[in-house]
Design a protein around this ligand. Structure first.
Ligand code: GLV
Length: 311
């Protein structure tokens, strides 16, 4: 019987798979620094940081099973050096995350935050011919930065579903039928909405900064469902205040959650969600199953369902 640690229970059948395994399941939160030495496997969330110094204590650990596709919360190289496998949950959350990016685009483009907030404050006194006017999606250009699984799924939703002109910037031209590859500067200066879908790593920290915000149309919206640290948040606020762009729809921040009085929380031009990209019942169900199976396969010295290999 091995010890499997999870900082908090997740949703769905994956829990059952773990319980049925006969292993000892330990739910947190616990201080990982002092307890990780006892665990053979851990299931981690994006909020669980797995650093090299933590791994120094992890003498029994065989696998870190991340309940997420992004693995920027884990020191992959440190895991590799110690022979600790890392698993993740790609594919099953692709649609849900693209759908949330689309939700943010639509909410920004139709001024939904302003409208619902006025209704709740009792400010819906009469129909306003000039109230809550937004650009909408019709005839717009959406620029996608980072054309991996989620970027491509969003591109298809926008092009096939809404007939939107989709352009993208990525490490290379992918010859896609529904979206056109352009250089970054062209994307920045011609998009009505820009949606970020890059992986967070050492090279991409603060990728989106004031210099890039300044190149956007002053009527355009910036959407981020990837990771907060891809963006220089102070410079995002600066760009919003200066009117370099119209607004931002964000599902991620840096840090996460933001500090209590952070400008990003209440900024009138920011539509902010608490990192819910994968939060559909279906995606979370499947993520739990994969995360559980990744643990059990590793404990049995078998190949993981999804192993992260590029450290
Ligand atoms: C969520 O942010 C994920 O990486 O799955």
């Amino acid at each position: 019987m091995k010890n499997i640690y999870i900082s908090a229970p997740f949703y769905g059948y994956g829990n059952h798979i773990l319980k049925q395994s006969g292993h000892n399941i330990i739910y947190g939160p616990k201080d990982l620094k002092s307890s990780i030495k006892d665990y053979h496997a851990i299931i981690t969330y994006v909020s669980d940081k797995i650093s090299e110094s933590l791994l120094d204590e992890a003498t029994k650990l065989k696998v870190v099973s991340n309940y997420a596709v992004g693995v920027d919360n884990i020191d992959l190289l440190a895991c590799k050096k110690r022979g600790i496998k890392v698993g993740n949950t790609p594919d099953v959350l692709t649609f849900a995350t693209a759908e949330l990016a689309l939700t943010l685009i639509l909410n920004c483009g139709r001024q939904i935050k302003e409208a619902t907030s006025d209704v709740q404050k009792g400010l819906w006194k009469k129909w306003r011919p000039q109230g809550y006017l937004g650009p909408g999606l019709q005839n717009s250009t959406v620029g996608i930065i980072g054309m991996g699984r989620i970027g491509q799924c969003l591109g298809k939703m926008l092009s096939h579903g809404f007939g939107v002109n989709v352009i993208y910037y990525s490490r290379k031209d992918k010859n896609l039928s529904y979206a056109k590859y352009v250089e970054l500067d062209e994307l920045l200066s011609t998009s009505d909405y820009i949606s970020l879908h890059m992986a967070s790593n050492e090279q991409t920290q603060s990728f989106f900064n004031l210099e890039k915000f300044k190149k956007m149309k002053s009527t355009a919206y910036f959407i981020n469902t990837a990771r907060g640290d891809l963006v220089n948040e102070d410079e995002l606020i600066m760009a919003l205040d200066k009117g370099n762009m119209a607004g931002a729809g964000l599902d991620v921040t840096d840090p996460e959650p933001p500090k209590e009085n952070a400008a990003i929380i209440r900024h009138p031009k920011v539509f902010l969600l608490p990192h819910i990209g994968s939060a559909t019942l279906k995606a979370r169900e499947e993520m739990g199953i994969i995360a559980a199976k990744n643990v059990l396969m590793a404990l049995d010295d078998k190949p993981l369902v999804h192993e992260v290999i590029d450290a």
